[in-house]
Design a protein around this ligand. Structure first.
Ligand code: CTP
Length: 401
């Protein structure tokens, strides 16, 4: 997902340098071409060879190293970068940048670049809270530098508090977000995800195997691409993506109420939730006792939320999901028509790597004009990217009509 991107990773001296190694690994794994610049102090913690081996590029250390100058040169790196990431960024490095000091390769290159710069501070809590440091950080933020707040916790210096370098995964997702084009900017997207639970009695419920992964991936990717996202989800164990408005629900009825509350303001609705089709006619007030040898539960139909949205559709783009075990295309096409959708994502959950609770999906996109697009097996995040590309095609088509 960072394919073709050139990232300069600036590493300054602090115990957290070892975490920059893991960050580098994540960046290169995602396809980025990463060039590392280390300060002298950083080299006291980890050798350049480690970064060189993992990046596949010569590590830059000296401002006046003729060999390095000939090969790339600090100005060339400053020009070629799509993004600078300074991690860990010490109070000293941040202070120097804030005051326009350029006395080594890293500060010189940062000063010479027009690329966005992400600063990830890591230092002792007292240094972090020092008003002089805080003023420098604020000054840089006011001048367009991106700052990722340090994490709270036990620090290597023995103190406990704010100042830890955030987890490499969290730095990576900030990098990813900064490099993602905001092609859904201003678009309001409602996503539903996960299963619903229909209570039988105070300790039991009817539900399904949906993990919520597909819907959460759609919400995360849409937010990253600039959309305002409302995520309405049944019970799952997933972390809510940052920047998303989260509305937790339990039953289909609650999901229906929540969806209808937001519907009128939405531009796009993507219903990835596996909504229970039936609920108990009457939920038992007390725990049911094990008396008879057989028991029958009486169920009644839940309202079809998506079908209701389809009936009241005005400007909204409506996307449904159809998880099937047989006659995939026929069933999905019937739902597309019946629910008045603009697209349905059909997946055969009997295929390995294409169902509930896995990280991949094998889907087809069915369009109202009968077109069927067959996608390869891919991660749920990639399916989300593809799905949102189609949504954008609809939006652009409407704009040019
Ligand atoms: N859906 C919904 N409300 C329901 C049932 C389904 O909004 N009560 C939505 C789902 O979120 C999904 C689409 O409708 O986007 C298709 O759901 P699915 O369960 O595959 O189909 P059903 O219409 O319930 O039909 P069936 O269970 O017979 O396959």
């Amino acid at each position: 997902m960072l394919q073709g991107k050139t990232i300069v990773l600036g590493v300054s001296g602090g115990i957290a340098v070892y975490k920059a190694v893991e960050l580098l690994r994540l960046l290169t794994k995602a396809g980025a071409d990463v060039h590392v610049i280390m300060t002298n102090n950083a080299q006291e913690f980890v050798t350049p060879l480690t970064f060189q081996t993992l990046s596949g590029n010569r590590v830059n250390t000296e401002l006046f190293n003729l060999y390095q100058e000939q090969e790339i040169g600090h100005i060339s790196l400053a020009d070629r970068a799509d993004l600078f990431v300074l991690a860990p960024a010490t109070a000293n490095l941040i202070g120097k940048i804030a005051h326009g000091l350029a006395d080594d390769l890293l500060t010189t290159t940062v000063m010479a670049t027009k690329a966005p710069v992400l600063i990830v501070p890591a230092m002792n809590t007292n240094m972090y809270e020092n008003p002089i440091y805080q003023r420098n950080e604020k000054y840089l933020a006011e001048h367009g530098y991106h700052i990722l707040d340090p994490a709270d916790g036990a620090l290597a210096c023995g103190w406990n508090g704010k100042g830890k370098l955030p987890a490499p995964e969290s730095i990576f997702s900030t990098v990813d977000a900064l490099l993602t084009p905001k092609d859904l900017y201003g678009c309001r997207v409602l996503v539903t995800a996960g299963p619903t639970r229909e209570e039988i009695d105070p300790v039991r419920y009817l539900s399904n195997y949906s993990s919520g992964k597909m819907g959460f991936a759609v919400a995360e990717v849409a937010q990253k691409r600039g959309a305002e996202v409302v995520l309405i989800a049944g019970p799952t164990s997933l972390n809510v993506p940052a920047g998303v408005r989260f509305v937790p629900v339990t039953s289909a009825a609650q999901m229906g109420t929540a969806v209808l509350e937001y519907y009128a303001d939405m531009d796009v609705v993507i219903k990835a939730a596996a909504v229970a089709d039936y609920r108990l006619t009457a939920r038992a007030e007390q725990k049911l006792k094990k008396t008879a040898d057989q028991m029958t539960l009486e169920l009644e139909k839940n309202p079809d939320i998506l079908a209701e949205l389809g009936e009241d559709k005005e400007k909204q783009i409506l996307v449904g999901f159809a998880a099937e075990t047989e006659n995939l295309l026929a069933h999905a096409a019937a739902k597309l028509r019946k629910k008045n959708l603009d697209l349905i994502v059909a997946n055969d959950i009997t295929h390995e790597g294409g169902g509930f609770d896995v990280d991949t999906n094998i889907v087809r996109f069915l369009h109202p004009d009968g077109r069927v697009e067959k996608l390869e097996k891919m991660s749920k995040h990639q399916v989300a990217e593809q799905l949102l590309n189609r949504v954008n095609d609809f939006r652009n088509a409407v704009k040019t009509d």
